[in-house]
Design a protein around this ligand. Structure first.
Ligand code: NDP
Length: 252
């Protein structure tokens, strides 16, 4: 139980990597503030799984791109659960198009969720941590694309590169408050965001050729690192990225 008596807010937590992190954190003893875009059958199912592990689960419907909504939700989470020790900035979207065809709307949508959303959720979280003088942990789910350029993916790569610089800045600015800030950079993980990739044998085969460990990652592969970064074992780690990619990044 490495997260006993902790409370974690996971954004975009209803499916994929966020869901894996919420479940793994709950199994390690944490209560969960589960951000979703809307409270539906998926969040009801996940809440009951978390409660079955003996943990509290507060479902928080808000769009991370709406700064006022996320700030109010974080206040609500503190009031309801007593504290929030860990923030996992997981919510993210991607849009595929060649650079020459990217629309302003798609560019803005990706930055609004992946960069602005993560930035202002972190700000609201850090303000509460400062006021409570409890320290805290911020873990951003970035991507190997915080380093790796990828054609037809430019707004996403820009956003994840931005997340990397955000993490480095916050690590320095928030260290005096006892808040550590780290990124996890997944490679190709089996989640709904990759449904079309997983159904395209040619594309999947080409990708596998670049993954030395010869499999896609799972949400649990990412969650295991998130537990470590959230735990006291990582007290002296801030301003870093941990890559979880089966060796993909440096094999491109
Ligand atoms: P999914 O699409 O499966 O899950 C993303 C979640 O984010 C969804 O639950 C979605 O809600 C939620 N979300 C999207 N926009 C918002 C918003 N504006 N406000 C609140 N929640 C939102 O993707 P993954 O689990 O694969 O991705 C999670 C993170 O990991 C992302 O940041 C992604 O960029 C990153 N990542 C994923 C990789 C992969 O291979 N899967 C690789 C590298 C990084 P809803 O379900 O309602 O749409």
């Amino acid at each position: 139980m490495r997260l006993e008596n902790k409370v974690a807010l996971v954004t975009g937590g209803v499916q994929g990597i966020g869901r894996g992190i919420a479940l793994r954190f709950a199994a390690e003893g944490a209560d969960i503030a589960l951000n979703v875009r809307k409270d539906d059958a998926r969040s009801a199912d996940l809440r009951s799984r978390i409660e079955a592990l003996g943990r509290r689960c507060l479902v928080l419907p808000f769009d991370v791109a709406h700064v006022g909504a996320s700030a109010s939700a974080i206040v609500h989470a503190w009031e309801t659960l007593g504290r929030v020790d860990i923030l996992v900035n997981n919510a993210g979207i991607e849009k595929h198009a060649s650079f020459l065809d990217v629309s302003e709307a798609d560019f803005d949508a990706v930055q609004a969720v992946n960069v602005k959303g993560a930035f202002f959720v972190a700000q609201a979280f850090a303000r509460r941590c400062r006021d409570a003088a409890l320290g805290g942990r911020i873990i951003n789910i970035s991507s190997v694309h915080e380093e790796l350029p990828f054609p037809n993916f430019t707004p996403y790569c820009v956003s994840k590169g931005g997340m990397k610089m955000m993490m480095r800045n916050l690590a320095i600015e928030l260290a005096p408050l006892g808040i550590t800030v780290n990124n996890i950079a997944p490679g190709a993980i089996e989640t709904p965001i990759n449904t079309s990739l997983m159904q395209d044998a040619a594309q999947l085969g080409a990708l596998m050729g670049n993954i030395p460990l010869k499999r896609l990652g799972t949400p649990d592969d990412v969650a295991a690192v998130a537990v470590f970064l959230a735990s006291s074992d990582a007290d002296y780690i801030t301003g870093t990225t941990t890559v979880v990619d089966g060796g993909l990044l440096w094999n491109y």
